[in-house]
Design a protein around this ligand. Structure first.
Ligand SMILES: [Zn+2]
Length: 95
């Protein structure tokens, strides 16, 4: 059941919605950040992942294997980042 909800394409968001949330969380533009899927090893930019709006947060899936890479959950006083499905997130530093 959870799987069906995850893959409901009507719940898919575009990268801009993700970018706004990541900006709030990290204070930097993240849509161009490089990441790698821990399941299949495919590298992508964050903005190229499949984003699902799933209360109370957001789920990012690999466009190649559709496994969950990152979950972001917002609570009134905190944000939780679960990135266990990603090998890494490369966040560029301002120079
Ligand atoms: Zn993958």
């Amino acid at each position: 059941m959870e799987h069906e909800m995850d893959m409901n394409t009507e719940m898919m968001l575009d990268g801009n919605a993700l970018g706004g949330m990541m900006m709030e969380m990290f204070g930097v533009e993240m849509t161009a950040a490089q990441t790698e899927c821990a399941h299949c090893g495919t590298g992508n930019e964050m903005g190229a992942l499949m984003v699902f709006n799933q209360a109370p947060g957001m789920v990012l899936r690999c466009p190649a294997c559709e496994q969950v890479m990152v979950r972001v959950v917002r609570t009134p006083d905190a944000m939780y980042l679960d990135a266990r499905g990603a090998v890494y997130l490369r966040i560029g530093r301002k120079t």
